[in-house]
Design a binder for this molecule. Structure first.
Ligand SMILES: Cc1cc2nc3c(=O)[nH]c(=O)nc-3n(C[C@H](O)[C@H](O)[C@H](O)COP(=O)(O)OP(=O)(O)OC[C@H]3O[C@@H](n4cnc5c(N)ncnc54)[C@H](O)[C@@H]3O)c2cc1C
Length: 310
């Protein structure tokens, strides 16, 4: 089939990759490509963040986990399997629901005396870390190698494309606000500080705070913020100072490490991911703070909808 994927973030690229592998003729049309996409601002480790109200996501997360784990054998992908420590200061009743999204029996509870000061409950697991600066160029190259055509263009009307192509995959994230008149997808800004690399060897996350520490090859990412309905992708000094101070209380050694940068990105949050067929358009957007965690699982669902429907 002749398929156009609109959007070149992780949702569009993963869909394009899976469909091109299946033998479809794929065109990727987007107004922005790597590096100018939100997907290049992600931390980006596998973790179900703000999606646990959606039970469909359990299967999508597990499939993405399996995909990334399999690809991590190839160092060119920039994916590694790494220890994550997830800790909380205020254990809630639904504290462990994230474990349902993990491969079975892969999570262990940690003794409280091994947690940073002030933390009351913690778990550890091994998860994929996807270094976007390596993975996104690699994935784009794979998709091109599989025969995909790339077009840099803003789409203003999906109906025009649905007449030209057998099928349209809509992976426009925040762009869907205008393109589909969908006001339920909103920006949630995330700011991060970058410290020098090679100073920690596992991921730490406290998603209530929110605070996270992520060791990439080119930087240690220190997050973060979760700012609903803020649509300027800029960093703010006070927020960056607070992010760093929070991280120093978790890991005091970070206090004397060199700050090498910062960035901000807008998560495309929707109360639920929109993954459904409408005519010959399949929508796949609204992945919020879990775009990587959901990506290849959602792409498999897109493939299923394409196979079943056309
Ligand atoms: C600070 C931060 C940390 C994060 N950390 C993680 C993490 O650790 N793990 C995780 O899983 N997720 C994380 N995320 C979330 C993740 O980055 C997003 O969920 C993901 O990038 C969304 O991908 P996407 O492809 O849907 O959107 P995008 O990357 O925004 O791509 C959208 C694409 O659609 C195109 N587009 C939009 N409108 C149009 C139009 N009208 N015409 C043509 N093209 C259009 C754009 O040009 C772009 O190519 C983080 C996000 C932030 C900001």
């Amino acid at each position: 089939m002749n398929i156009v994927v609109v959007g070149a973030g992780i949702s569009g690229l993963s869909s394009a990759y899976i469909l091109a592998k299946q033998g479809h003729a794929v065109t990727i049309m987007a107004k922005d490509f790597y590096p100018s996409i939100v997907s290049n601002k992600a931390a980006a480790f596998w973790f179900p963040y703000h999606i646990r109200n959606d039970k469909r996501a359990i299967d999508w997360c597990k499939k993405s986990y399996a995909f990334f784990k399999e690809q991590s054998i190839n160092k060119d992908t920039g994916i590694s399997m790494i220890k994550i420590i997830k800790a909380t200061k205020v254990p809630l009743l639904d504290e462990t629901t994230w474990i349902d999204y993990m491969p079975t029996h892969s999570v262990k509870e940690i003794a409280t005396n091994q947690l940073p000061e002030g933390y009351k409950r913690g778990h550890e697991a091994i998860v994929p870390l996807i270094e976007t600066q390596i993975f996104l160029p690699w994935l784009t190259a794979q998709v091109i190698q599989l025969g995909a055509t790339i077009i840099i263009e803003e789409v203003t009307n999906l109906n025009v494309l649905s007449e030209k192509f057998d099928c349209v995959i809509n992976c426009t994230a925040l762009g869907a606000r205008d393109l589909c008149n969908d006001a339920s997808v909103v920006p949630v800004r995330g700011q991060v500080v970058l410290l020098e690399p090679n100073i920690v060897d596992s991921i730490f996350i406290d998603n209530q705070s929110p605070a996270y520490i992520v060791p990439r090859k080119d930087a240690t990412i220190i997050g973060g913020t979760y700012e609903e309905n803020i649509s300027e992708a800029i960093t703010v000094k006070e927020a960056l100072d607070e992010i760093l101070n929070k991280a120093i209380t978790i890991s005091p050694d970070l206090a004397n490490k060199k700050v090498i940068g910062n960035w901000a990105g807008l998560r495309p949050f929707r109360p639920e991911v929109r993954l459904e067929k409408e005519g010959n358009v399949i929508h796949n957007y609204g992945h919020g703070g879990s775009g990587y965690t959901l990506s290849f699982g959602c792409a498999e669902e897109v493939k299923k909808l394409v196979s079943e429907s056309f």
